[in-house]
Design a protein around this ligand. Structure first.
Ligand SMILES: Cc1ncc(COP(=O)(O)O)c(C=O)c1O
Length: 471
């Protein structure tokens, strides 16, 4: 047996990110602020992205301890297919009751957004078998999309994260891709919004027809894409158009709301992002959620199943094939339910919708018309992004090696602001954005502080790039 030598202080034992060096370490947090140690220096930063759009409640919430304590006191683990638990039932009922009536009728709880999408893909597959349509195997998702890092979820994604694994993904003839919905970059100059939407819908219909509609199973999109092309709200008519095509060709309509859902961008003080764009009659047949559900205090995500799917199962085998050890985990569900009840009681989803839109407006006012690298400010409710371009008129991208999105993240950090820089929005590889997804508790003063630091950082990075002859 070999015993590994103790690593030097800054070496990491954790196999993630940069392997041989410790990542910046969080030391604590309170509300929208957190304390982070980086390269030996401790600083307080405003968390404007709450990890990866996770922290709905804000950090160190005073009421979370009693919620966790009660959940732990009442928790006895059971394997969910054999013996169920009350919190998973209660959380499912809560989500169903706080969604438009009749849209969802059951939920499955799991531990990550990727896992929820894996499960949704399998639930849809079993649905097609249960109702006697086993030939329906093909899934249509979008180019430049992200649905998670497991192999199934990567197979329906289309971005730089999937590229390295392409040889071991699900056969891409079964995972078809339609064009992204991304007006800033792809709506033509001489095209109206309605014409652009129609072009996208025509493209989808052609894919369905060319691939034999009888073999197509479902269409899946992120309601408001986040870590793919950056919070581009779907234009009017786009999501209803997808729903109509799903109805026409007998396909399941699935929405991925892992990042944008569960209160982050709901206009009615409730949960679902699609309520901005769809009438309840056009709601998805199945939907995945995660992130803000447990607000970072527990690892929980889920699949919401509509009556069409649930009823087909009941008429068929009346059982769900397969399960995970930690599905419907009672402790996780109890904490998530406590978090969600508090969010509803305090009107926090209404607050983030209002304050988030204010933040977006202020970013737009301060950045769009000025001479800097910001080409677009887009989003809705508590989920926004900046898109960086070399030229505001031509929308020319920065060279990928400059890594402008991540550089912006670093400049923001140095200015006491945590945001998420990303690359690949334009085509899966090129393009630079920064994401903003603050906690639901932000006040107007917090909005001003976030905007002021974000604008300062844009100006500093613009000046740096100018000095380097890159802008
Ligand atoms: C739309 C979407 N779906 C799924 C996932 C995967 O979630 P997780 O990282 O919890 O597995 C993400 C993660 O960012 C996401 O943005």
């Amino acid at each position: 047996m070999t015993v590994e030598a103790v690593k030097p202080e800054n070496e990491s034992y954790v196999f993630q990110g940069t392997i041989n060096k410790k990542a910046p370490m969080v030391l604590g947090g309170k509300g929208i602020r957190m304390t982070v140690e980086k390269d030996g220096k401790v600083s307080e930063v405003i968390d404007a992205v709450t990890g990866a759009a996770v922290g709905a409640l804000g950090w160190g919430d005073e009421e979370i301890l009693p919620i966790i304590e009660e959940a732990a006191r009442n928790h006895t683990y059971t394997f969910p297919s054999l013996i169920g638990n009350k919190p998973s039932e209660d959380l499912a009922k809560f989500y169903i009751d706080h969604s438009p009536e009749g849209v969802f009728s059951a939920a499955l709880w799991c531990c990550s957004g990727s896992e929820s999408n894996e499960n949704a893909m399998k639930i849809i597959r079993q649905y097609q078998i249960e109702r006697g349509c086993p030939e329906k195997t093909k899934i249509i998702s979008r180019a430049t999309s992200y649905h998670g890092f497991t192999l199934g979820a990567l197979s329906i994604s289309n971005c730089f994260r999937a590229d390295m694994f392409k040889d071991i993904l699900i056969d891409q003839e079964k995972c078809l891709k339609m064009p992204p919905c991304y007006p800033y970059r792809f709506q033509k100059k001489d095209e109206t919004e309605a014409q652009y939407v129609q072009r996208l819908l025509d493209d989808l219909e052609k894919i369905i027809i060319d691939n034999d509609p009888k073999t197509v199973s479902c269409v899946v999109v992120e309601t408001l894409p986040g870590s793919s092309l950056g919070t581009a709200p779907p234009p009017k008519g786009y999501l209803p158009g997808l729903r109509a095509l799903c109805n026409k060709y007998d396909l399941i309509f699935m929405l991925d709301e892992v990042m944008c859902g569960t209160g982050r961008s709901n206009p009615n003080g409730k949960l679902n992002c699609w309520e901005n764009f769809l009438e309840p009659k056009d709601a998805p047949d199945i939907q995945t959620v995660g992130k803000t559900l447990g607000s970072g205090y527990v690892t929980i995500a889920g699949v919401l199943v509509g009556p069409k799917i649930r009823d087909a199962y009941i008429k068929g085998s009346n059982s769900v094939f397969g399960s995970h050890t930690y599905a419907s985990h009672g402790f996780n569900c109890a904490v998530a339910l406590g978090v969600q009840k508090k969010i509803m009681r305090d009107g926090l989803t209404s607050n983030i919708f209002k304050m988030g839109n204010l933040m977006g407006q202020k970013l737009e006012d301060a950045l769009l018309k000025e001479d800097n690298i910001v080409g677009d400010v887009r989003g809705i409710g508590g989920f926004w992004s900046l898109e960086f371009v070399k030229d505001k008129v031509t929308k020319e991208l920065f060279p990928v090696e400059l890594d402008v999105g991540h550089r912006y993240q670093q400049v923001c950090y140095d200015n006491g602001l945590n945001v998420m820089g990303m690359q690949g929005n334009a085509d899966g590889i090129n393009g630079d954005i920064a994401l903003f997804a603050p906690s639901f508790v932000i006040t107007e003063a917090d909005v001003d502080e976030i905007v002021s630091r974000a604008v300062k950082s844009v100006n500093e990075l613009t000046a740096q790039l100018k000095a380097e002859g890159q802008w």
